[in-house]
Design a protein around this ligand. Structure first.
Ligand code: DON
Length: 304
């Protein structure tokens, strides 16, 4: 069945269900978004581009940028990165502190806040102008010079980011952060403030469906093996303590953010982005999860 027809049909159905989620309120600026926004966009390696609903509206991608930060750090330091951040699912919430003490400041995986803070520290140590170099890297992947941070979102999170401050200081106490915690956190909040539409997200992430090469111009972002590993991490850790459920119901590597976005990859086929701001109790988009479950079921395009 054609993706276009299916996406339109499932969109109508999910749009009509009662949304039992809640917008993330711990970052005050996120609360300003219209809770009824709902967008979907697919980009395939055979050049199908199709979207419905608010697929062109930009939103705060939040933790989805953790994948991009990891990719840049992986490119720079290679496999050395895995000595500083693990590759195991945590079974804990995205902002949890509990495992860090037993694990001596080495976060279980790079998609937890703790892990992304360590990745931010690595980037800070290795980039000349971290904020500029990172956005340049992201823009280059999809030839999209319009991609921007949101200063408003970054400042809003910084003003109340007590949990992340605690995480960063705690990791630093184990000697696992090189830079000043305040510098690491400023950079981390900037990363999380990136704004994109579903269309931009699905175009940007398509290289992960194409063995690490951009489809547009065959640029190598990651080696085939590195690309496989990023997908593996998205599969096992992309949804925190709901990663098992996402694999069970959707069956694709993916990553969520508290802005209500989800990017999911079907290696060798497509990247699909969904945005609906209200989140379930695990911090993942309520309607986004439901949409993707129905999409992979009806298109029979789960990887399993
Ligand atoms: O650090 C935070 O809490 C946010 N900037 C990012 C968390 C997030 O997106 C979790 N994902 N579902």
């Amino acid at each position: 069945m054609k993706f276009e027809y299916l996406i339109g049909d499932i969109y109508q159905k999910i749009n009509d269900i009662e949304d039992k989620g809640e917008i993330a309120s711990y970052i005050p600026e996120l609360l300003k978004v219209n809770p009824n926004n709902f967008g979907v966009h697919i980009t395939t390696i055979h050049q199908v581009n199709f979207g419905v609903g608010n697929y062109n509206d930009k939103f705060s991608i939040q933790s989805i940028s953790k994948v991009l930060a990891l990719i840049l750090a992986y490119r720079i330091v290679g496999d050395e990165i895995w000595s500083k951040v693990g590759v195991e699912p945590s079974g804990t919430a995205f902002n949890s502190l509990v495992q860090l003490e037993a694990d001596k400041g080495i976060p279980r995986n790079p998609f937890l806040n703790a892990g992304a803070i360590v990745v931010s520290d690595i980037l800070l140590s290795n980039l000349k102008n971290p904020k500029e170099d990172f956005i340049e890297f992201v823009r280059n992947i999809s030839n999209n010079t319009t991609l921007q941070y949101s200063n408003k979102i970054a400042q809003s999170e910084k003003a109340v980011g007590y949990r992340n401050v605690a995480l960063c200081n705690f990791i630093k106490s184990f000697g696992k952060i090189e830079n000043e915690p305040s510098d690491v956190l400023d950079f981390y909040f900037d990363l999380c403030s990136l704004e994109m539409s579903c269309k931009e997200l699905s175009e940007l992430f398509l290289f992960l469906a194409n063995n690490g090469l951009t489809v547009q111009n065959n640029k190598s972002i990651l080696s085939e093996s590195q690309s496989k590993r990023i997908n593996a991490l998205m599969q096992t850790c992309g949804f925190y303590d709901e990663s098992g459920e996402f694999a069970f119901k959707v069956g694709l590597p993916g990553k969520s953010g508290v802005g209500g976005g989800i990017i999911a990859i079907h290696p060798d086929q497509y990247a699909i982005a969904v945005w609906s701001p209200k989140l379930n109790e695990k911090g993942n988009s309520y309607k986004g999860m439901k949409f993707l479950e129905e999409f992979t079921t009806r298109s029979e395009s789960s990887i399993f």
